[in-house]
Write a new protein. Structure first.
Length: 85
């Protein structure tokens, strides 16, 4: 059964936000981090938290190991793919 929750979190750049997360049966904590005041996406991460209930490939990771982390530093609308806002 998947767990769902909300907690304080920091993104890859150290900005504090709210982490909305799930923990799946493979023991993977997947989180989206947003700014609680502006609702801007700050980033996200995946962390192995252990307790895999299946024959998951993640079972060889150390508990608490970050598998993926990303920070959203800017966003905007552009006229063409590849342009920078």
């Amino acid at each position: 059964m998947t767990q769902v929750g909300v907690e304080k979190a920091r993104d890859l750049l150290g900005r504090e936000g709210v982490g909305i997360y799930t923990v799946d049966d493979d023991g993977m904590h997947q989180e989206v981090i947003i700014d609680p005041n502006t609702y801007v996406l700050l980033g996200g991460r995946r962390v192995y938290v252990g307790e895999s209930k299946s024959q998951s490939p993640y079972g060889k990771l150390a508990e608490g190991e970050v598998v993926f982390s990303v920070a959203q530093v800017t966003g905007g609308i552009v006229d063409h793919a590849g342009d920078v806002p």
